[in-house]
Design a protein around this ligand. Structure first.
Ligand code: PLP
Length: 387
């Protein structure tokens, strides 16, 4: 009954695990939620106020598909300042979340005979959309001994004349890995030499614990072949508002805008006004959130490393840890399932992010320190019971 192409569409396990965890809670069980990737903080009040003001001012109508002119200008200014480049506002397309940038960006550029290289483990929607476009998805394994960073030599080996695009994600979900400036320069040189596009997913650019964010779009010759994906979901705790943006050369931006016309018409007008307040207003709430994430990162990394059989690297960005659980002698999926059912800790199997995630779990530490402590003692008891 369903269209053939739908068989190629993947999904995101986080939402399934959340449903399972909620079902257990409905039976009266206690669950600590470390499965879902969203800040547990509220959206800063000045952003909420801007949305309310916009609703009262009548921003309740359709707007241009690519976004309100003032919202595109604000994003161009903010994203350009952050990356030390000048971005024309016409290159910006405002979307309901960052996810559509992946969908519309890939469908704008990729043909069925093309190959798209992507990191694995990674955000599962990359593989899903590449497959849906009918292209060949070429994974590059991210290895723990390389701090889960894309190895430039592996990338060089994966490139063929059919390579149309590379997807980069730094800081990364699910590993928290951050690419070095040197690696980004080497990747940019390969993109120019072999003439492929880069889709740079920088949604965690502001959730960084050491150093400054460096974007591949800042390098000469790269704005012409990069789609930048970013948005408000993580930085300002706005996941449910649905607000993100893509930045790309004009023909690609225009095509993404056409997808918007076909699919969403436009992003909610009052939400875009709130988004401008987020970009231009006080950053103190966003900065306080990152400072708290850093304390939680240290808490969870130290706590996991104190449990025999688990080892965990200290990620430099995003709000996830990706501990190695191979010593526990269980497959990742069985381990995540056991932790949920027996210990009441919701996490994701590393394999939810691709085959190369076997042997790992992903915990999101976007939860209170008290809940993280409780989760750690539950994990310790779960592991102890198996020894
Ligand atoms: N890219 C990555 C790596 C993510 O982890 C997420 C959300 O979890 C997104 C993109 C999508 O963000 P949004 O909720 O704004 O669509």
């Amino acid at each position: 009954m369903l269209a053939k192409a739908t068989a190629r569409l993947g999904t995101e396990t986080a939402f399934e695990v959340l449903a399972k965890a909620r079902a257990l809670e409905a039976e009266g069980r206690s669950v600590v939620h470390l499965e879902i990737g969203e800040p547990d903080f509220d959206t800063p009040p000045h952003i909420v106020e801007a949305a309310i003001r916009a609703l009262r001012d009548g921003y309740t109508h359709y707007g241009p598909s690519a976004g309100l002119p003032e919202a595109r200008a604000a994003v161009a200014d903010y994203a350009g300042r952050m990356r030390g480049i000048t971005i024309p506002a016409e290159h910006v397309v405002i979307m309901p979340g960052a996810k559509p940038v992946l969908f519309f960006g890939i469908l704008s550029l990729v043909n069925p005979e093309d190959e798209v290289i992507y990191p694995n483990p990674a955000f599962p929607i990359y593989e899903s959309v590449i497959n849906y476009a009918g292209a060949r998805a070429v994974p590059i394994a991210l290895r723990e001994d390389n701090d889960f960073n894309l190895d430039v030599e592996d990338l060089a080996r994966a490139i063929t004349p059919r390579t149309k695009m590379l997807i980069l994600n730094s800081p990364a979900n699910p590993t928290g890995g951050v690419l070095s400036r040197g690696d980004i320069e080497a990747i940019a040189a390969l993109a120019q030499k072999h003439d492929f596009w880069v889709l740079a997913d920088e949604i965690y650019a502001r959730i960084l614990y050491e150093g400054e964010h460096f974007s591949i779009m800042s390098l000469p010759g790269m704005p012409e072949r990069t789609i930048l994906l970013d948005g408000h979901s993580k930085t300002w705790a706005m996941t449910g508002w649905r607000l993100g943006y893509g930045i790309a050369p004009l023909p690609v931006a225009q095509m993404m805008s056409r997808f918007m016309t076909n699919c969403n018409s436009c992003t909610a007008s009052f939400v875009q006004k709130a988004g401008i307040a987020a970009l231009q207003g006080s950053q103190s709430d966003a900065e306080a959130m990152v400072a708290e994430f850093k304390r939680r990162r240290d808490l969870i990394v130290d706590g996991l490393n104190a449990i025999p059989g688990i080892s965990c690297r200290r990620p430099r960005g995003a709000f996830y840890v990706f501990p190695n659980v191979t010593q526990l002698g269980m497959k990742s999926a069985a381990c995540a399932d056991g932790l949920l059912r027996e210990a009441g800790v919701a996490s994701l199997a590393g394999t939810a992010f691709g085959a190369h995630g076997e042997g790992y779990l992903r915990f999101s530490y976007a939860n209170s320190q008290a809940n993280i402590r409780e989760a750690l003692s539950r994990v310790a008891r779960f592991v102890e019971a198996r020894r």
